[in-house]
Design a binder for this molecule. Structure first.
Ligand code: 13P
Length: 253
């Protein structure tokens, strides 16, 4: 039976009060649900420790939204993967389209981050996806390029024990989620593509979808055989909504 990976990406949202309210409503049920699925909360960096304190005993994992390409030194304002590991982070989002777009993150930077995260035995969540709502062949071409740049530098085993989040950019924060059948098709393509390089790695690669997921559309996505989880933005800011999503996934686990 597969376990879904459900990641709450809070982006630039949250406060001490919001977190304590959120986690107290999550706590009562999450301890039951987290046995079936893998639940991750990725708050802004400044709140990582506060979240960690509260989730530690309810089997929810901590995720970071970003990391620097350096481990230590004179890099004012940055956060190292060593520090993330030190405070209990397990998953790190890398290459999110908002970082590519607003912080000029290039493929080279993304490869370095992905590699550092893996080397320290944390789990990278690599975000990939097309900008416009294209036809299948264009989307596949873009995805191939995004995967190839990692393969080229890190070799055929690059995706062992990692997460790939297919997040079509046009579906993020727009309320226009992609068609679940389209997502299934693309996820299968990603799976086959990785498998061609390394049949072993695909067993440990999780492929999740992100883009305007909410409790109403979760069910359609979760039923697709190649969707292993969801990366949820705005809907994850509401504890009740996030719990509903977890509950739906739980039903199909
Ligand atoms: P929304 O769920 O708000 O569309 O955001 C998706 C996302 O970017 C998750 O990383």
């Amino acid at each position: 039976m597969k376990k879904f990976l459900l990641v709450a990406n809070w982006k630039l949202n949250g406060s001490k009060k919001m977190i304590s309210d959120y986690l107290s409503s999550l706590k009562s049920l999450a301890s039951v649900y987290s046995k079936k699925n893998i639940i991750v909360i990725a708050p802004p960096t400044i709140y990582l420790s506060q979240v960690y304190k509260d989730i530690n005993n309810i089997d929810i994992f901590l995720g970071a939204q970003n990391v620097d390409i350096n481990l230590k030194g004179a890099f004012t304002g940055e956060t190292s993967v060593l520090m993330l590991k030190d405070i209990g982070v397990k998953y790190v989002i890398v290459g999110h389209s908002e970082r590519r777009l607003f912080h000029n993150e290039t493929n080279n930077i993304i490869i370095k981050k992905f590699n550092l995260i893996k080397n320290l035995n944390l789990i990278p969540i690599l975000c990939i996806g097309e900008i416009q709502n294209n036809n299948y062949s264009q989307t596949k071409k873009i995805i191939e390029e995004q995967l190839n740049c990692i393969f080229k530098v890190l070799g055929k085993e690059a995706f062992r024990n990692t997460v790939i989040a297919y997040e079509p950019i046009w579906a993020i924060g727009t309320g226009l989620s992609a068609d679940p059948k389209h997502v299934q098709y693309i996820h299968k393509f990603i799976r086959n593509y990785i498998q061609e390089y390394d049949p072993i790695s695909i067993k440990s690669t999780i492929i999740q979808y992100g883009g305007s997921i909410n409790s109403v559309n979760t069910e359609e996505f979760i039923q697709q055989p190649d969707i292993d989880g969801l990366l949820i933005g705005s809907a994850s800011l509401d504890a009740k909504e996030f719990l509903k999503i977890i509950e739906i996934a739980n039903y199909y686990t």
